[in-house]
Ligand binder design. Sequence first.
Ligand SMILES: [Zn+2]
Ligand SMILES: [Zn+2]
Length: 296
Amino acid sequence: MHIGMHLSIAGGLPTSLARAHSLGCSALQIFVQNPRAWGWRPVPTEEIASFRENRRRYGINVIAAHLSYLPNLAANDEPLYRRSWERLRAELALAQALGLDYLVCHPGHAVDPEEGRQRLISGLHDAVSALPPPPLILLENTAGQKNELGASLTALGEILALCQGSVGLCLDTAHAFAAGYNLRQVKHRRRLGRELAAGPGLAALQLIHLNDSLYPCGSRRDRHWHLGQGHIGRSGLQKFLCEYAAATAAVILETPKKEPADDPRNLALAKDLAASLVRKTPAVRPPKPDPGAGRR
Ligand SMILES: [Zn+2]
Ligand SMILES: [Zn+2]
């Protein structure tokens, strides 16, 4: 299983790969631009070449970009809608030049959810036609704050079905928990499994965002927390991984980074959880010694 985390691109895109390597990651997620501004920094071809070179050098197997924060792909407001999709296309083209595997997007929010949903679907259709994968666009499930679309897997499944397999799914544990899927309880994990199978389908699930949640289940508040220290807890995250990690390309952490020790500690816990899954699979018994051996 490839495990990695969202890391900074401060100092240029190629630096993120060195950071991933020094933390022992085999997967990585980055923003390809400043996520809090509309301004666009043109990325020189030498920087793109050095990014690709670093990826080979450090053996980072799975790399996703996360769309910046300002675009709203379901906006009812026409100028914002157009600007949002222009930005998505620019980030998708840059991600393609960098050789990335995925571009993770939130479905967006809309005062008129049905109109927003239609706008999202038509935007996805146009973007994928203009720039076919890779990178594959992944829609991420949300906590369902305010008018946010995509808090339920059933709703995401309906959107993905209209994209005819050209868009995948990223499942964020903190968002699912905040949206009411109590990952600590088997009946809730079964409901999630049923909705996933009937909606997006297990094959659509490409990435897991492994985060604990600062707020309780159903709070609809999106606050990622350190693994094992939030309301999902170590055991809830472990059970979720046990059921879904094998289906995905990578597990990516988006945990808080307040102290220098935070990233290594959260990664160590994720690796520990992954190792416990491996230990759970039945070990192959060594063959019984042949009683006739030695007499020959
Ligand atoms: Zn996200
Ligand atoms: Zn996420």
